[in-house]
Design a protein around this ligand. Sequence first.
Ligand SMILES: NCc1[nH]cc(CCC(=O)O)c1CC(=O)O
Length: 309
Amino acid sequence: MRTVIVGTRRSDLAITQTQWVMDRMEEALPTSWELRQERMVTKGDQILNVTLSKVGGKGLFVKEIEQALLDGRLDMAVHSMKDMPGEMPPGLTMGAVTVREDPRDCLISRTGSTLETLPENALVGTSSLRRQAQILAYRPDLRVEPVRGNLNTRLKKMMEGQFDAIVLAYAGIKRLGWEEKVTQVLPEDVMLPAVGQGALAVQCRADDHDMLEVLQRVNDSETERVIRAERTFLHAFEGGCHLPIAGYGTLEGEEVHLTGLVADPTGHPLLKGEARGTDEEEVGRRLTVDLMEQGARELLEKVKDGIGE
Ligand SMILES: NCc1[nH]cc(CCC(=O)O)c1CC(=O)O
């Protein structure tokens, strides 16, 4: 008999994602095991109305859950892949990468306008420098301001008139069953997704072999491959989701096709590159070299100075 304690943050999205993984695990679970959800409040959940980039968002949501895993208070935890820091603390491992939900971003606007038809000077809410840069590259006449809080809070702020539109991950919206609120799903050539967006990471202790065996069955090897390419690319920039970096991989036959972007938060310059091949890590490294040659490092140093890193 074993009771597996599954940690989750308390937001609707985190709980939904965790339950989704638990449902898929039930089929693969040894009959003498049971799963129990444990809801935690993390510091990241308590910080509202501040740009995530200003509070040093990297790994903020993840750290406290990791400590609970190491202490044995939790046995596994489900995270949005895009919130996962590049390196894990010793003793923990990624037991599974689940099949990817739609990786694109979406626009929700009060009046039903698309990104193309929003009126000049319209105010778009997003705290992501990646989204800000791409919005302004496409529509330099729009204004972008930070919006924080969970998805409910952001929607409410827009409906109250604080913003004309907001941009969110379509995956989160779909998981909450809010598709009908979406005005436009943004194509990747306009809004390249964040590294890992739409995939979930299941974390557990590295020496918990029984757990790892069960988690293998909810692992999606194709998602795992493209995520490895994306994260290899991102890791070279020592950047999390608080920097204006995007990376998106797909499989074409046996080959991983990876597109990456590094931009100034104003949208100019916006550097973009592509790489393809069968070795995920090599593809990621080649794309890094391509963008470095275009001046990505200098650009990011300037951005980091600007946001006080
Ligand atoms: N940055 C917060 C965050 N982390 C994961 C998601 C959505 C789900 C996902 O990307 O997998 C979101 C919300 C958003 O960016 O709109």
